[in-house]
Design a protein around this ligand. Structure first.
Ligand SMILES: CC(C)(COP(=O)(O)OP(=O)(O)OC[C@H]1O[C@@H](n2cnc3c(N)ncnc32)[C@H](O)[C@@H]1OP(=O)(O)O)[C@@H](O)C(=O)NCCC(=O)NCCS
Length: 149
């Protein structure tokens, strides 16, 4: 894992467009980098396989995006990237990471639960989808307990 740079955006965007039902735009990734968010990529053999975007807000942070290339999914990479992201956040003295996830995204929900996130709330009809709307599940992970405990 390493920090994402502007040069990585084309490759990250290709993965994003292939794996996300509602993909971020190039501008979203460039903005995240320019805002100084914690943007990281997993690279092997000169190829990016996944990425995470974390937005710090004082002592807390929000996971804005995570994606793994389709051919690399279900091999433990998503969990490894998530734990790397939590480790980096912990080393920056953050106390808690939040995220929101579509209630239909069973893969992401299972991943987050397996990495120590717990459900703390529900926002009804938060996301648009093909059927109109769907709920967002809000999750949190306390870093002191999860990483140091
Ligand atoms: C969600 C995502 C990042 C998971 O990455 P991954 O590398 O495939 O996940 P891992 O192999 O590390 O799996 C970790 C755990 O997550 C769960 N999981 C992952 N994919 C799953 C799936 N398709 N169905 C059910 N559970 C799944 C499992 O509990 C898994 O543990 P296990 O393999 O021991 O059973 C990946 O599916 C992805 O990029 N999806 C599209 C983008 C997305 O939805 N991002 C989240 C919202 S921004």
């Amino acid at each position: 894992m390493r920090a994402m740079t502007l040069e990585d955006v084309d490759e990250v965007l290709r993965i994003e467009q292939a794996v996300q039902a509602y993909p971020w735009t190039r501008g979203n990734f460039v903005d995240a980098l320019n805002q100084g968010y914690m943007c990281r990529v997993e690279e092997a053999d000169g190829e990016i396989r996944g990425y995470t975007i974390l937005m710090p807000v004082l002592e807390e942070a929000e996971l804005l995006n995570i994606g793994v290339a389709a051919w690399r999914q279900r091999k433990g990479l998503g969990r490894a990237m998530l734990l790397d992201m939590l480790d980096v956040a912990c080393k920056r003295n953050m106390l808690r990471v939040f995220l929101e996830v579509r209630s239909s995204n069973v893969a992401a929900l299972a991943l987050y639960r397996s990495a120590g996130f717990r459900e703390i709330g529900l926002r009804r009809d938060y996301y648009q989808n093909a059927n109109g709307s769907e709920d967002a599940i809000t999750m949190a992970c306390d870093l002191v307990g999860e990483i140091n405990g």
